[in-house]
Design a protein around this ligand. Structure first.
Ligand SMILES: [Zn+2]
Length: 252
């Protein structure tokens, strides 16, 4: 049997052969790999995962200290390397091929299109996909942007219990120049706290030292919140000059 060149077809074929349906878990993928190869949970790994020759077979190592959704993606990615290696196939962009394979295995195109195609830029549907596929909101958004032409970005917030404040713990699909300039402001927390009743909100944030109000779709649970930010809001925010530059630091 030959391996299709196209990663999506290869992933769909692999899922069929092993009756894999989302949501996938690390245990499920470890079980599939262990039919023919070894899996080693190695907390000392610096990287998320790796593939090594092991006697006359292969050994997949994965770092169990990473979040479960990350481990699932890593195992799917290493399965792609394994398939290429056992088929003696080389790909020009092997890392990219393996990432595409993993994305299709975890979030099949048909599932993504069914959930997110009819509802444009909707955080409820993004959440639905993230649950259905067992992946992070950030991974789900990247997939939906690729398959359904969504253009929104996503902010992830985390509540720090000891400091009793919200911080931004993740920025997905924002221009790179914003990554170290966008922060929560004091009143941001009040809005995030109420997000179980608020769906559309204006989030008070700061860009550099300048206050901005960003219109977002909110969703969340426990100590995490997600804000879907439309492209027009992102460009509005990106246009803010960084007023931190050249600013004297106040003494004391
Ligand atoms: Zn790789």
């Amino acid at each position: 049997m030959t391996l299709p060149e196209w990663s999506e077809a290869a992933a769909a074929g692999f899922a069929n052969r092993h009756s894999l349906r989302p949501p996938l878990s690390p245990e499920l993928l470890v079980g599939v790999i262990e039919r023919h190869h070894r899996v080693c949970l190695d907390p000392t790994l610096i990287e998320d995962g790796r593939l090594d020759l092991d006697g006359d077979g292969w050994r997949v190592s994965v770092n169990p200290r990473r979040p479960r959704s990350r481990q699932t993606f890593t195992l799917a990615h290493e399965i792609a390397h394994l398939l290429l290696a056992t088929h003696g196939v080389t790909q020009d962009d092997e890392e990219l091929w393996c990432n595409d394979f993993a994305a299709e295995l975890l979030m099949p195109r048909s599932l993504v299109e069914r959930i997110c195609r009819p509802y444009f830029e909707d955080i409820g549907q993004l959440r639905h996909l993230s649950h259905a596929a067992g992946v992070s909101m950030s991974a789900a958004l990247i997939r939906v942007r690729n398959l359904c032409e969504w253009r929104s970005g996503l902010l992830t917030f985390e509540f720090l219990k000891q400091e009793r404040r919200w911080i931004i713990s993740g920025i997905t699909a924002f221009p790179s120049n914003l990554k170290n300039r966008i922060f929560t402001s004091d009143s941001c927390g009040e809005v995030l706290q109420r997000s179980s009743t608020l769906r559309i909100a204006r989030l008070p944030m700061t860009i550099g030292a300048r206050p901005v109000s960003v219109r977002v779709q909110l969703s969340g649970d426990g100590s995490r919140r997600f804000a879907l930010v439309s492209p027009s809001e992102i460009s509005k925010v990106a246009a803010q000059p960084n007023s931190n530059y050249g600013r004297p630091i106040a003494p004391g």
